[in-house]
Structures are given as C-alpha cells and as structure tokens.
Write a protein that binds this ligand. Structure first.
Ligand SMILES: Cc1ncc(COP(=O)(O)O)c(C=O)c1O
Length: 443
C-alpha cells in the first residue's frame, strides 16, 4: 500500500463528508487534516495505546506529533487512569450529590502548589481561562487584561483583534477573525510579546489601574527568558493586577505541577487543563485566597463542572505522574529528539531551527517555502508509518526503540526534503495541497 492510497482512505472520505455537515470539519483547528497533510491525513482514529494509533483502515502509526494535542504525558490508554475512569463511570459520573474526588484533587493540587490556597474547576482550557479572567476582573474590580501567548477562543481574548489589526499574529495563531465578538470589548485587551518587559511596562503605564490581570504562559517556544517572569511578577504586584499563569500546555511537562514551580516564580492564579488528566476533559484553577474568593462574588456555575470522570482522571494522572517523575522522562526523550533533528539536518543539509523546552519540542525549516517543505516532510513520514508534524510532545510511552525508529525516518524524510530543495521541485512531489499554517476558512 503506497502513500497515494491515503487519498482514498476511509478517514479522508469521512472527513470530506464531515466538512459538509460540521463547519470547519473538526471541532479543533489543530485536528483539521489541512493542518497536517491536506487530502491524505488519516483524520480519524479507531483506537490508540501508548504511543501507537490505529486509523479507520487498521493502519498503525507511531504518534510523534503533539500526541492528543498535548493532553497526554502518560501515553494513550494509560491503565491506571483508565481504571480510575472506568470506576467513576461504573459508579455513575453524574449524580445529585458531588463527587468526593473534587476535594481530594484540590488537596493534591494545593500540596503541589504551596503558594496557593484554593482551587476551582472547569472542563476545557479556553473555558478555564475565561473563568480565570472573570475571577481576576471580579477580584480587582477592573476590566482590562494585558497578555501574551495563546489562551483559547473566548471573547475576552479574541477581542484584541477588534481594533482592526492582526494583534494575535505572533501569539501562536495569525489570522484569527473576531467576527461575532461584541465591538464593545474593543480596547479591553492589550498584547505584549513574551520576554519583552519593556512592552509590558508600556501597557501598564498606559492602562495602569484599569488592568485586572497580566496573563501569560510561564514558558513557550523561546524557552525560559531570564528575569522575565520575575519582572512580570514585580510589575503585577506594584500595579495591583492579578498575575495569571496559563499552565494549560506548559504544566506537567517538566515536572509534576506548573512550570512556574521549576522557575521559582509564583503567580496569583494558575490554570491547568490538557495534561492535567491525560486525555479526559478536566481543567482547574489554583490560586491565592484573596483572588479565588471572588468566585463567590460573581456567578460561575455549570452542571458538568460537577461530573466525576474529570477529577477521577486528574487524581490518577497526577498520582502516577509524580510516582514516575514523568517530567524527567519527558525532558530526556525531548532532548534526544531535539538532538536527533539537529543531527539529521546537518547530515542532509536541511536548514533547520529547533525550538521549545525539550518536553514541548518544535522545529522549522529555514526556507521561504517552509510550509511546502513541512508538507513534504509530513507526507514522507506518513508513508513510513509515523504521524508527524513540526512539534513533538513526548509521553513516557515513547520508548527507546520508538525514538530510534522515528529519528531514522526523520533523517530519510529530511533527505527527501533536501533533495527537493536542491532540485526546486518540492510542490510537484506533494500528492495534495500545501498544509495550512493558521486559521483559514475551509472550502
Ligand atoms: C496555553 C494554552 N491556553 C489555552 C488553550 C486552550 O485550551 P483548549 O483547547 O482546551 O480550549 C491552549 C490550547 O492549545 C493553550 O495551549
């Protein structure tokens, strides 16, 4: 079976149907086939286990992408997390009374975050950020937000693009249209670049006592920038703004808990989702009492914030993560992969930049036609049995032999990319269109 056969795969046929009845095809931009390999990506899975995925035609892949969009650190179908979830399902996940795991999970999160006093729950990343921003606004009595990075799809965040520009370009996703976001929110959200304390100072000078919160990820693509988090902490304290660390992707990668614990800078509130519960919907805010008590002053309440599967999965995930010291393993695997990318690039002559902390590793081709080269890379990798992209978020189930096989395939794929660059025929080697790099309307 050749790579051409993916065009007629069951997954691609189902995805073509999906685009007619599900606007955008998938419910997450990052799960659109167009973000990987248009017209060939298998698109749907039948099952997954460890670091392996099977598509609808029974084809098996090793997953070297973000692996469940960053929600997995223990690997797919971890038996301990699964058992906790099955127990929660069997005992009924939704009841008139509350799940006791709510309290156990809060105690565990507070043990991991000694600076925090209280916890509140939600079920997705964007939603927990909207809740945290509401809490910060309620606690300070202020409206405006300074931020860097990506924080989800909600109005508070997208409103930054109402000013008419593309202010979210450079904060992970370009081209985000704020259509449908009330124009009245114009000017309530102010971007600054990660690592640029002067830019943050300028926002604070201009908006001063209107700023409810300074919102950022503690670490992302660039890695740690010395003094930045400390500086932001000082500015937030002086200005009376809540310092909100979004740990939705950075958390549980280097360590068990937030990346800020590694860096020794405590926020006022921090948000978690994704890796918190290894693939089950769960999200949490941990924070200081002075801020968190605002939850009681404003109305935040939702039926499924009280179901049992999420906290049961999170408790099992965190307990195992800590026991395995998973952060150490993820860093070791990511370090090996980052070194392997560099070596393969040197051997094949492909110009490459490697980014991110090892546990959230990424790379890019230094070439004006980089999206086409990345499409060719993904196509080559798919043909060799790998789900691959420009990012790799390790799990503890990426074993030695998986990584070796992946790096061998990477070198072969980089060789094809180098050859295509040299001959100038990248696009003619692609079996479908060039992949998308950001938000775009699907035809
Ligand atoms: C830092 C950060 N915040 C928020 C979100 C949004 O999370 P979700 O997709 O669960 O809504 C993401 C998702 O990629 C993220 O990486």
């Amino acid at each position: 079976m050749g790579i051409e056969d993916f065009k007629n795969g069951t997954g691609q046929r189902l995805y073509a149907r999906a685009k007619q009845i599900l606007p955008g095809g998938a419910q997450l931009l990052g799960k659109r086939a167009e973000m990987y390999l248009p017209e060939l990506w298998p698109a749907y899975y039948s099952r997954a286990s460890g670091s392996e995925v099977w598509d609808l035609d029974g084809r098996r892949y090793l997953d070297f992408t973000m692996v469940g969009i960053g929600a997995q650190t223990l690997g797919y179908a971890d038996p301990d997390v699964e058992k906790a979830v099955i127990d929660a399902v069997k005992s009924t996940p939704m009841c008139t009374l509350n799940p006791p795991e709510d309290v156990g999970l809060a105690e565990l999160l507070l043990e991991l975050h000694p600076w925090a006093d209280m916890v509140s729950y939600s079920r997705t990343g964007g939603e927990v950020m909207a809740k945290a921003v509401r809490i910060a606004r309620a606690a300070t009595g202020r409206d405006e937000i300074a931020f860097c990075g990506y924080h989800g799809w909600h109005d508070w965040y997208l409103s930054v693009n109402l000013a008419g520009g593309d202010d979210l370009k450079g904060h992970l996703l370009p081209g985000l249209d704020p259509l449908g976001v009330p124009r009245g929110l114009t000017g309530t959200t102010h971007p600054f670049a990660y690592g640029d304390l002067d830019a943050l100072r300028k926002v604070v000078e201009a908006r001063g006592n209107k700023l409810a919160a300074i919102v950022m990820e503690p670490v992302r693509g660039a890695g740690r920038i010395p003094g930045f988090l400390e500086g932001a902490r000082e500015i937030a304290t002086k200005n009376g703004s809540v310092l909100l660390f979004d740990e939705i992707t950075a958390g549980f990668r280097m360590n068990t808990g937030g990346a800020h614990l590694v860096y020794g800078v405590d926020p006022d509130i921090a948000t978690y989702a994704k890796a918190l519960s290894n693939g089950f919907a769960m999200a949490a805010i941990v924070g200081r009492k002075s801020v968190m008590e605002a939850v009681q002053k404003t109305f935040i309440s939702s039926a499924y914030f009280t179901e049992r599967v999420g906290p049961a999965a999170a408790l099992a995930t965190i307990t195992k993560h800590r026991k395995l010291d998973a952060g150490k393993t993820l860093t070791e695997i990511g370090t090996r992969v980052q070194a392997g990318w560099k070596k393969a690039a040197e051997r094949t002559g492909v110009p490459l930049t490697v980014t991110g902390i090892p546990a959230l590793a990424g790379f890019g081709f230094q070439d004006p036609d980089a999206p086409a080269l990345m499409t060719l890379f993904i196509q080559e990798m798919l043909g060799r049995g790998f789900l691959a992209s420009d990012r790799f978020y390790p799990t503890v189930r990426h074993e030695e032999q998986h990584v070796s096989a992946y790096l061998d395939a990477v070198e072969a794929a980089f060789g094809k990319v180098a050859d295509a660059r040299a001959k100038g025929d990248v696009r003619s080697r692609l079996l479908g269109p060039v992949k998308h790099t950001g938000f775009a309307r699907l035809a």
